[in-house]
Design a protein around this ligand. Structure first.
Ligand code: GGG
Length: 360
């Protein structure tokens, strides 16, 4: 979306936060991919940082202040792996990724979903080609996590605050229009449910719709459409090719991007960046996958692509292109795939192959 000044940078310090589960297997692969394109980057420095459920169980905090301080003071960007937050409330625990996005004001979660090849396995009905970006607001909605549980005469009652502000909706809207402007189809679809949530989603919808009018004609060539979130999911599965840039409040964006991943074979190939005005953090969309953690079969592609997306966002387009090309050339023949894509390859085999193509 925007390039952070690259010309003057003499070194690039990248915070690595593998966190939990397969994050520890795929973030090293992303580090290797960045290292493989080092000749096109300033001097690289990597800093390993702690966060996550395992860190919480050992230290009593899921996001040590040292991690946040190091990111703010010493790092130019970061890569986050995946976190295994428990589904029940645990005293003193709070999701570190949600906290980090807020702490660093990484207000835009940008998730491109692109099909590389037909992974449906059906010769007669190939999967439709998908090329869309989910732009998810990253700091508010239900993720402000203001929840209360009270006891009433009829039993327990739980409430959550859903925060939607004009400021956050406007800045995420700008990101969506900026991305759409640079794409061939130049289409922004606003995802909401303002027929029911007319105040909160109504504000999101109106604010995003108002962005072009406040931009001195900059986005006049971008078409705006809108879809109720339920209908958007239906149409996403029926005719994904109708979408280009989908912009959504936090929770809808989270769900839609996981759903869209099913259209391109696996969550294991979907990258993202968490972007703010002065910092960017790459992050695979997948979670910590405890069922396969430690088995060496996690798909490294989402993390490697997240590294490329992060570099591209910072203005390092050429090394990002090299990484993306090596990933696509690895996936396209369909021969070297991890089990999530129907193959038998290991994390190391896929990573090594991608690296060999970068070096070629
Ligand atoms: N890399 C994405 C990720 O870790 N997803 C799992 C997730 O969203 N977890 C939220 C949490 O555990 O706090």
């Amino acid at each position: 979306v925007r390039s952070m000044a690259t010309a003057t940078r003499k070194s690039l310090t990248i915070g690595l936060i593998p966190a939990d589960g397969i994050g520890r297997e795929v973030i090293p692969a992303a580090k290797d991919a960045i290292t493989a394109v080092r000749s096109e980057l300033p001097e690289l420095k990597f800093v390993e940082l702690l966060a996550g459920w395992e860190t919480f169980t050992r230290t009593g905090t899921a996001l040590p202040s040292e991690t946040v301080q190091t990111l703010k003071e010493n790092c130019d960007c970061a890569l986050f792996g995946s976190v295994s937050s428990p589904s029940r409330k645990v005293a003193g625990y709070s999701s570190p990724i949600v906290a980090l996005r807020k702490e660093l004001d990484l207000y835009a979660n940008i998730r491109p979903v692109i099909s590389v090849r037909d992974t449906s396995g059906r010769d007669s009905a190939p999967a439709p080609s998908v090329d869309l970006i989910v732009v998810r607001e990253n700091t508010e909605c239900l993720y402000v996590k203001q929840e209360d549980l009270i006891q009433t005469e009829n039993g327990k009652e739980a409430r959550a605050t859903r925060l939607i502000t004009e400021r956050a909706s406007s800045r995420i809207g700008k990101i969506a229009f900026e991305l759409a402007k640079a794409r061939p189809r130049k289409l922004v679809t606003i995802i909401h449910k303002s027929n029911v949530l007319s105040v909160t989603d109504g504000l999101f919808r109106e604010t995003v719709r108002a962005v072009p009018g406040l931009s001195n004609g900059k986005y006049d060539d971008v078409t705006i459409e809108e879809q109720l979130v339920d209908s958007a999911v239906y149409r996403l599965f029926r005719e994904p090719q109708i979408f280009d840039v989908m912009v959504a409040p936090n929770l809808y964006g989270d769900i839609i991007s996981d759903a869209a991943a099913a259209l391109v074979g696996s969550l294991g190939v979907i990258p993202s960046i968490n972007a703010g005005d002065s910092f960017v953090m790459g992050e695979p969309v997948h979670g910590s996958a405890p069922d396969i953690a430690g088995k060496g079969i996690a798909n490294p592609v989402a993390s490697i692509r997240s590294a490329a997306l992060m570099l591209r966002h910072m203005g390092y387009a050429s090394p990002a292109d090299k990484i993306d090309k090596a990933v696509n050339d690895t996936l396209a023949p369909g021969k070297l795939l991890t089990p999530d894509l129907g193959g038998k390859a290991s994390t190391t085999e896929v990573t090594t192959h991608i690296m060999s193509l970068i070096d070629a």
